[in-house]
Ligand binder design. Structure first.
Ligand code: PAF
Length: 280
């Protein structure tokens, strides 16, 4: 496995792989790799001949400086974890933005809802950095996890709107045995908050079961989720049922009549967690 910190050397490696007739998959990450990332790498290896993992804690997508400072930086153990995986190259730049950078990539519409409401500038940071990675690595395929449902949808839209010749693959959410979605943030949960956070998958499963039994009322599906998270000690950022196409939240007096997603963001022990379940 090769490790690049330099953009040009990374690009050269990728171009030589593609010149030899092989395809490249990119798995962008911010490090602090866990089992969920490794499953993404395995999926990537089924989608292309060579897998590149990027590791970079992107400052421009953090809306709170404190969150950026606290984000785990574990490059040494990340590289160790990748050694046993099908990853063939790691792109771990120390800096991605040139001094005086004033260019941003933004996606309108989809970014205005859900996390976009309470995390100003977050998606602009994500789309800008992923666009930069796509220009450096020039992959055939890029993979994003469905836990970050809105992020995946926004990046698909960016790739499409920018005519990038890249296939975006959505990977299923990987869960702990007790159902909690795997996330680099989970290590920041103290034992009490970790236990309480299992209310998230339980509440989403219950909503999905109600949907499967025929319940279509937006309030009837989302209100029990809200109550369950509060009862478990969570602080809600949002619990919304959103239209799957636009991600616009459905008003609580409506019914789910088209494919939708029930998405939540909630704080447990001061750690912001997100998760979602498809309603279609
Ligand atoms: O999902 C993440 O880890 C990040 O948002 C991403 C896509 C690597 C961009 O920094």
């Amino acid at each position: 496995m090769e490790v690049f910190t330099d953009k040009e050397l990374m690009r050269r490696w990728s171009r030589s792989v593609r010149a030899a007739g092989e395809t490249v998959a990119l798995v962008p990450t911010m490090g602090a790799l866990h089992e969920g990332h490794l499953r993404l790498v395995e999926l990537a290896a089924r989608e292309a001949d060579r897998v590149v993992v990027s590791i970079y804690v992107n400052p421009t997508q953090f809306d709170r400086a404190e969150d950026f400072a606290k984000y785990p930086r574990t490059l040494h153990s990340d590289l160790k974890a990748l050694e046993g995986s099908p990853c063939k190259a790691v792109f771990a730049p120390t800096e991605m933005y040139l001094p005086g950078n004033t260019t941003w990539v933004t996606v309108d519409g989809l970014t205005e809802h859900l996390c976009g409401k309470t995390r100003p500038g977050h998606f602009r940071g994500v789309t800008t950095i992923v666009s930069k990675f796509l220009h450096v690595v020039e992959p055939d395929v890029a993979l994003f996890g469905n836990k970050d449902y809105q992020q995946r949808r926004v990046l698909e839209q960016m790739v499409r709107d920018q005519d990038l010749p890249i296939r975006v693959v959505a990977a299923p959410t990987v869960r702990e045995p007790d159902g909690l979605a795997m996330s680099s943030r989970n290590v920041r949960l103290d034992p009490t908050a970790r236990l309480a956070a299992t209310a998230i998958p339980k509440a989403l499963d219950a909503a999905r079961a109600a949907f499967d039994r025929g319940e279509r009322g937006v309030a009837a599906l989302s209100e029990p989720v809200r109550q369950a998270l509060i009862a478990a000690g969570g602080t809600i950022d949002y619990v919304e049922i959103a239209d799957d196409q636009t991600l616009a939240p459905l008003p609580s007096d409506r019914h789910v009549a088209a494919p939708a997603v029930l998405a939540i963001a909630a704080f447990f022990g001061g750690v912001r967690l997100i998760d979602n379940v498809a309603l279609h």
